[in-house]
Design a protein around this ligand. Structure first.
Ligand code: ADP
Length: 858
């Protein structure tokens, strides 16, 4: 057995091997140690190997899913080795001692789950494959629980942003690729070929050209090759549901990098949970599929005004009609997860219950169709969706006739095909039903015949049907002419058989076997119907999800008094009475009120410097505006009185290093890397929020960097920007930068206490209130007193020297300063470019190096 185990383990490589033995999956060696620890189950041992006992642990097959879920969550991958023949077959093949053949039937990995119990209903489960083809990155992503597949190409520096948007739970990449993203599963390089990808996709969809699906680049196809090959590998040749690939075009979605996503806490809050995130505060979807679609909308807001307006039109229609919205949500609430049921059915892991879910889901979709079709005022985007909601009449009819009302998840017991669907099945059931009744009658007859009232006919897996009497009555049945044959003696009871009982029991077994086989055959056929209609069913599921998202957005808007935003072309950001949905909810829970604030950025006033005390509401203000932009472009209402937004191509959000201490890498370094990305990528159509940039270093460094960054954003990037800072000195930027204005969050000192008003006002902040905030936070009075006297000394010194920013008056203008710096670099570059290195002797080379260094120093 160990030889068989070790051979399988070799194939399972970096997976834990679940080795099927009877009713258990057993794990051995290191696998057992890992599993025992993760699952907190007993580690035992068995036999020996190489002179030492073999560590072992096991989980029961019937509850394996729960254990698998925990292992996958802990980052493990699992290979399932099943028995692929029965013990009888093994005996026939190799004699009485033959070992049952086993094989790995499936690899269970985070990105390839379809089981309801292993998936989160409100989150998509994405598997991505990434590779590089001649300088371009190809990404193929799919959610095999619903079959959606998307291909895209991007530049290498956009790869991490693209992956962040996808939020994949598993990423595969070529094993020979040096720049593969961290934490990915290495796969053979040859599977990432564009030819391979094309051939695979054609085969999956049974087409001779992919043109009908869209235009795909070589990088996209290569990634698709890697993805499909991997799915083939983990499914051991059985491919899951894959819908035709969709090419994601560059520029159709608002770009956000990973730092922006995490700082805006879109899908998860800073603690890593859904609680406290944007999506949690706006998600009012009543189906899991709707919630998944909403999360995707928020991860990839649109940049096309027409597409955004189409979404808004639907939300607005549902917003204005609460009764209709209620009806729609009522229907949706009862819906099973059609997309995921289809995913399991097509992957060959479907159960009768999944077919029942398709039946119920598709008939409810029809009901929704009829409800919406009856409305003459429906908006155009809905019209386009209506046909996908209907059209499954024949399938629903078939499933309604074929299946019982609530089919089971288990197939092995049968009983899921409805009566009246198949006359021969009904007959088989009648025969076994008659035989069961006959057995009940036999029990009464045997009691009469023998006079033993305690006689019972019972059933177990080993003996089948048998007659049992208490031991004290056994003698009567033991008599040779009694008509009973002895089977087994237990403590206190003796078991017998009888001819009539044997006959009825055989009838049950035979008809039972036949009816199981008949139900199996029907099941296969019903599955085939769903597989044939998979694309139409997936389209229905997608339409249902879209309607749920719109109705949910409308519900949220009605609940919070949100406004329908206006999308315009010029680069403005005019928000009146804007609020932060998450902070507002948190305050409401404590019975406190959120103070709404306006924002008005436009071509003449693109950059707002926001000052004011800590805790005054600067970060909240910055983020609420970024979130409002995101919500608008995702196609929803916004928490504001009104909002007029010029489309944003890229959104950036950065928080000064001190807020990100948990990140490991030098936090200031991280801050600067992220700031560099903004300066190189933000365009005139971008929107940037910068919160206390420069805070992570000394005062002078920090101030200088914040100054230069603000100037660059103003004069070079020219994007819309909100810049929160506590450096007063930055207010002097307003003198030189035309499109920059000063704002602050208001605070008052009242009877020696600081009152934070969380209200935005124009003009620079008057003072920093740092000490007052410290007192508010409970820093002891003697410390505050001491700080006050230190501050006085410092301020005196500052007044004497002209202040921290004393030397800034004669600073050349930003653009001029840059030119000067560049000139110098260019002279050096010219000299370097003109060099013929091969023609230099080592001595000359060294001399030259000295000269270059001198030149560089000026
Ligand atoms: P800052 O960035 O100025 O240090 P924050 O934006 O982090 O301040 O806000 C600090 C706290 O003040 C928040 O956690 C919130 O409780 C409260 N707050 C912020 N903005 C508002 C507002 N507009 N209305 C009411 N309370 C607010």
């Amino acid at each position: 057995m160990m030889a068989q185990y070790l051979a399988l383990k070799e194939q399972a490589a970096d997976c834990l091997l679940f080795y099927r033995m009877g009713d258990f999956f057993e794990l051995f060696f290191d696998d057992a140690k890992i599993a025992a620890q993760v699952l907190d189950i007993a580690l035992t041992s068995r036999g020996e190997h190489g002179g030492a006992p073999i560590p072992m642990c096991g989980v029961p097959v019937h509850s394996a899913e729960g254990y698998l879920a925990r292992l996958i969550k802990a980052g493990c991958r699992v290979a399932i080795a099943e028995q692929v023949e029965t013990p009888e077959e093994a005996k026939r093949r190799g004699g009485s001692k033959a070992l049952v053949a086993r094989d790995i039937v499936r690899f269970v990995t985070a990105g390839t789950l379809t089981e309801e119990a292993l998936l989160e209903p409100r989150r998509a489960n994405v598997l991505a494959a990434v590779c590089e083809v001649r300088g371009a990155i190809g990404i193929a992503a799919c959610d095999i629980s619903t079959g959606r597949m998307e291909l895209e190409e991007c530049a290498p520096d956009q790869m991490s942003a693209a992956l962040a948007r996808l939020g994949a739970s598993e990423v595969v990449a070529p094993d020979t690729w040096d720049h593969a993203p961290g934490e990915c599963v290495p796969r053979p390089n040859r599977s990432f070929g564009s030819d391979e990808g094309e051939v695979r996709l054609k085969a999956v969809h049974g087409v001779s050209t992919l043109d009908g699906f869209g235009q795909f680049t070589r990088a996209m196809l290569a990634a698709a090759g890697g993805l499909v090959t991997y799915l083939d590998h983990v499914g051991r040749g059985a491919l899951p549901l894959l819908l035709p690939p969709v090419a994601r075009e560059a520029g159709t979605h608002m770009a956000m990098d990973e730092a922006t996503r995490s700082s805006l806490e879109i899908l998860v809050s800073s603690g890593g949970a859904r609680r406290g995130s944007l999506v949690e505060s706006i998600d009012r979807c009543v189906t899991g599929a709707g919630a998944r679609q909403l999360a995707e909308d928020l991860s990839a807001p649109l940049t096309d005004a027409r597409a955004i307006n189409r979404r808004l039109e639907l939300v607005s229609w549902l917003h204005d009609d609460p009764l209709l919205r209620g009806d729609i949500r009522g229907i949706l609430r009862a819906l099973p997860d059609v997309g995921r049921a289809l995913g399991r059915v097509v992957a060959g892991r479907g159960s009768p219950r999944d077919l029942g879910q398709l039946r119920d889901g598709l008939s409810e979709a029809r009901r929704l169709h009829d409800l919406l079709r009856g409305r003459s005022d429906r908006p155009e985007p809905l019209d386009a969706m209506l046909p996908s909601l209907a059209g499954h009449g024949a399938l629903c009819d078939l499933y309604s006739r074929a299946l019982v009302p609530a089919p089971p998840t288990e197939r092995s017991q049968g009983g899921y095909i409805a009566e009246g669907y198949d006359a021969s099945l009904d007959e088989l059931r009648r025969v076994s039903g008659n035989a069961r009744r006959a057995i009940a009658a036999l029990e009464a007859k045997y009691r009469d015949d023998t006079g033993i009232a305690a006689l019972k006919i019972r059933h177990n897996g080993v003996l089948g049907y048998f007659i049992e009497v208490p031991a004290k009555h056994a003698d009567r049945l033991m008599a040779p002419e009694s008509g009973f044959t002895h089977r087994q003696t237990m403590a206190g009871a003796v078991r017998f058989n009888a001819l009539a009982l044997h006959e009825e029991a055989s009838r049950i077994a035979e008809s039972g076997g036949h009816s199981l086989a008949a139900e199996e055959a029907h099941f296969e056929e019903l599955v085939a119907h769903a597989v044939r209609a998979k694309e139409a069913i997936a389209a229905t599921a997608a339409a249902l999800a879209r309607i749920d998202v719109a109705a949910g957005q409308a519900e949220r808007a009605a609940e919070g008094g949100w406004a329908l935003p206006r999308v315009v072309d010029e680069p403005c950001l005019e928000i009146i009475g804007g609020r932060h949905p998450v902070v507002e909810a948190a305050l409401a829970a404590k019975g406190e009120r959120f103070v709404a604030n306006d924002c008005a950025l436009g071509p003449q006033d693109r950059l707002w410097l926001v000052g004011g005390p800590n805790m005054g509401g600067k970060s909240t203000f910055l983020r609420q505006n970024a979130l409002i932009v995101l919500l608008v472009q995702a196609g929803g209402f916004v928490p504001a009185q009104s909002a007029k937004i010029g489309l944003v191509d890229r959104l950036f959000s950065r928080v000064g290093a001190a807020d990100n201490l948990a990140r490991g890498r030098s936090t200031f370094m991280v801050e600067m890397v992220e700031t560099a990305a903004i300066l190189s990528q933000a365009t005139e159509r971008s929107f940037v929020i910068l919160d206390e940039v420069g805070r992570g270093t000394s005062t002078y460094d920090g101030l200088s960097l914040a100054w230069a960054v603000a100037e660059a954003i103003h004069s070079i990037n020219k994007c819309r920007c909100l810049f929160a800072t506590h450096y007063h000195e930055l207010s002097r930027l307003a003198e030189a930068c035309d499109s920059l204005s000063l704002h602050h969050v208001r605070a008052r000192e009242w009877k020696g206490d600081l009152v934070l008003l969380h209200e935005l006002a124009e003009g620079p902040a008057d003072k920093s209130y740092g000490l007052a905030v410290a007192r508010l936070a409970g820093v002891p009075a003697p410390v505050i007193k001491r700080a006050k006297s230190v501050l006085e000394k410092l301020e005196k010194g500052r007044a004497a020297t002209g202040g921290l920013a004393a030397g800034l008056d004669d600073l050349p203008l930003f653009a001029a300063a840059i030119e000067a710096a560049e000139e110098k670099v260019d002279a050096l570059r010219e000299r370097l470019n003109g060099l013929d290195i091969d023609a230099l002797s080592p001595r000359e080379a060294l001399d030259l190096l000295y000269q270059l260094k001198a030149q560089a120093n000026g």
